[in-house]
Design a protein. Structure first.
Length: 342
């Protein structure tokens, strides 16, 4: 290499995490690590430890283990093997001047081991891409904090670039639209639902710039003041997908799933929405889960199976999940492009 020439770029792809197996002990271990993160369960530490270790992990793990068992394949957890496949394919696209590593925020493979891999490759810079389209403190923010905590202990810290949100990136939107068109070519749908993972309303308000967020029409446009508002980003993703697919505004609904506890979470709740749609005479729904780029429990089981059963029980006739991006060639190209742009 010529003197002064740029060295290798490290790329760290990160997803949330998964139990090592669908066994109750492994699920309990995963839930504890996940929910003890102060950015995920943002309550006082003593209360968090008591709630997670005394209530949630012991009682929720057996139920969650049964659900994970439905999701598991011969290759293990879809979230894990899709992540590893994406790592390999992006590496092939980027070539020898890059080294791509993959880590999970919780459990294995760890962010720490992935960063160690990049450190051993003596990369000049690192691009960190948390695989969450919409920024939230509990997901992207937690990844960023963990990366900075680990790297702060290194003797030599390379340049680090975080890709904090890609909620309206053309490659992300275009790939979801491409997958959806295959379903739309098979039948006409009465309505479209964009269901996002929910968050407690307090987390949205805490991140608001000078009280801008009102959990209302403030999210009808996307700009500098709400760029990192999770709710605003969900509406922006939905608008862009609707535009790409020529879906009229009155034909789609933005909703939020997977709430936990009694505190108010982002509304409307997806399970309420699907029942309301059925009651209003809607017979067929095409459902998206655009907060995820790989199929997992929240997409395949919650939206694809449980919501389908609830919709049909309420009088609906056809509920179809748009599969996640996984390793779709257009998504591999989009990730490659985002890294190169960074």
């Amino acid at each position: 290499m010529k003197s002064g020439a740029p060295g290798k770029t490290g790329v760290l792809l990160v997803n949330l995490g998964t139990p090592d197996s669908p066994s109750v002990p492994h699920v309990r271990k995963y839930l504890r690590e996940f929910l003890l993160d102060k950015r995920v369960l943002d309550i006082a530490a003593p209360s968090r430890y008591m709630l997670v270790n005394g209530v949630i992990a012991p009682f929720r793990a057996p139920k969650s283990a049964k659900i994970y068992a439905q999701l598991w394949t011969e290759r293990g957890s879809p979230l894990l093997f899709h992540g590893l496949d994406l790592q390999r394919l992006v590496q092939e696209k980027l070539g020898k001047n890059y080294h791509v590593a993959f880590g999970m925020r919780y459990q294995s493979p760890s962010i720490e081991n992935a960063l160690k891999e990049l450190q051993e490759k003596v990369v000049d810079r690192i691009v960190v891409l948390p695989l969450f389209p919409q920024y939230a403190s509990a997901s992207t923010g937690s990844v960023q904090e963990k990366v900075m905590e680990i790297v702060s202990r290194w003797e030599i810290i390379p340049d680090i670039k975080f890709i904090s949100t890609f909620c309206n990136h053309p490659g992300f939107i275009g790939t979801f639209a491409e997958i959806a068109r295959a379903h739309m070519a098979q039948r006409d749908y009465d309505h479209f639902v964009f269901s996002y993972h929910g968050l407690p309303e307090r987390q949205i308000l805490k991140g608001s710039t000078k009280g801008y967020c009102q959990l209302g029409v403030c999210c009808n446009t996307y700009h500098s003041r709400n760029r990192y508002c999770y709710r605003a980003q969900c509406f922006e993703t939905s608008r862009q997908l609707a535009k790409a697919l020529n879906i009229p505004e009155d034909k789609y609904t933005v909703s939020f799933q997977s709430r936990l506890g009694k505190d108010p979470w982002l509304k409307p709740y997806s399970d309420f929405v699907l029942k309301d749609l059925a009651a209003a005479g809607v017979k067929s729904v095409l459902a998206f889960s655009p907060a995820f780029v790989a199929d997992c429990l929240e997409t395949t089981i919650e939206v694809g199976k449980e919501f389908k059963e609830e919709f049909e029980a309420a009088g609906g006739e056809h509920w179809q999940l748009v599969e996640s991006l996984n390793t779709h060639p257009s998504w591999v190209n989009a990730v490659t492009q985002m890294v190169q742009e960074a």
